[in-house]
Design a protein around this ligand. Structure first.
Ligand code: KG4
Ligand code: ZN
Length: 340
């Protein structure tokens, strides 16, 4: 096999149209992201049909920019990596169709990638020494998974959310206290001027699996608190609600993660996904890991939220393992981690 493997990666599962060129899984030659956030903000959340249309409009330009910024031509690309699930079906289809078209026209192997595998693999990019086995908490707008990464491409899901994803809870609470979309960064900012101990919001424990999560309770508690204040004509302090909510979520994420660290005796712990860019979560997790002598890994914020560099990192290890997809590759909106 030739020495360097260069992957053109494409990601379009939600509201970012993204393309990247990644060398040998860990060296990002370009990472282009066209965000639709401003567009969806008008509606208070992602509108799937608008997302698909915008992906179609942007994808060619984003891919061309990724190749030119990397200084690489299609002839120098060894494989096309593309997210084929989970995500919004119409949005995924745009990336998958584009990847198949390039693969066919330029005769380049196609490697379909699971979006969560991409989020986890974002950790490889800036942590050159990180290798499995390790534990990883994936917290995004659509997913909350505690995963044992046994090897490259081999995952054991220890726990996941029973209802809302962590990011979804951030988005819903932000809307309830009038901060708008996307909620995560806005809650984090408001929290800096709030008291995290002002309101004791509940932290759900799931009786039959200590690694599962539930965030619908804390979300409802916030809504009930706001309604109660309105009825009693008590002034609402959005910053205190934001800080107290953030603390409730962070505390439960850290507690479940450290439980797993203790049980599995794995001395490496990583976080991934949009919520992993939250400063309070990173600090609490770092401290909890430090106390236990566990190495803590996290991607930079730009590699936490949706991007194609992480898909390139995941595609590299899939490529090495021999994963190849045909032109019958389809978008699978509810694709399970570890499925092929
Ligand atoms: O990974 P991602 O970009 O998309 C999905 O795969 O879902 O995650 C987006 C989610 C949104 O719910 C957003 O509110 C949340 O990540 N998020 C944050 C922060 N930045 C983004 N949540 C908490 N704090 C942040 N700083
Ligand atoms: Zn994502």
């Amino acid at each position: 096999m030739k020495e360097d493997i260069q992957i053109l990666a494409i990601e379009s599962s939600c509201d970012e149209t993204a393309a990247a060129v990644v060398k040998n899984g860990r060296e990002v030659l370009s990472n282009v992201i066209s965000s639709q956030i401003a567009l969806h903000t008008l509606y208070g959340g992602v509108v799937p049909e608008i997302a698909s249309r915008k992906h179609i409009e942007k994808i060619n330009q984003v891919i061309e920019t990724a190749l030119s910024q990397a200084g690489v031509t299609l002839q120098e690309i060894d494989a096309i990596g593309v997210t084929y699930g989970p995500g919004l079906v119409g949005a995924l289809l745009v990336g998958v169709a584009e990847a198949k078209a390039i693969s066919y026209a330029a005769k380049i192997p196609l490697v379909g990638v699971h979006h969560i595998e991409g989020h986890i693999s974002a950790n490889y990019i800036e942590n050159k020494d990180l290798e499995p086995p390790f534990l990883c908490l994936v917290v995004s707008g659509g997913h909350t998974h505690l995963v044992k990464v046994a090897d490259y491409g081999t995952y054991e899901i220890l726990g996941k959310t029973r209802d809302d994803a962590a990011g979804e809870a951030f988005d819903k609470v932000a809307r309830a206290i009038g901060l708008g979309y996307p909620g995560g960064p806005k809650i984090e900012k408001a929290s800096q001027n709030g008291n995290p101990n002002a309101i004791p919001f509940p932290q759900a424990k799931i009786a039959d699996n200590p690694y599962d999560f539930s965030f619908s309770g804390v979300k409802s508690a916030v809504l009930n608190y706001i309604n109660g204040c309105k009825m009693k004509k008590v002034e609402i302090v959005p910053e205190d609600i934001a800080a107290s909510f953030q603390k409730a979520v962070v505390d439960v994420l850290v507690a479940h993660s450290m439980h797993a660290v203790q049980e599995f005796g794995i001395k490496k712990f990583a976080i991934a996904g949009g919520v992993a860019s939250n400063g309070a979560l990173r600090e609490c997790m770092r401290e909890a890991c430090r106390k236990r002598g566990v190495a803590f890994y996290h991607p930079s914020p730009i590699l936490c939220t949706d991007n194609a560099a992480m898909i390139g990192a995941a595609a590299y290890y899939e490529y090495l393992a021999g994963t190849r997809h045909g032109l019958d590759l389809n978008a699978i909106p509810n694709l399970k981690l570890g499925e092929r």
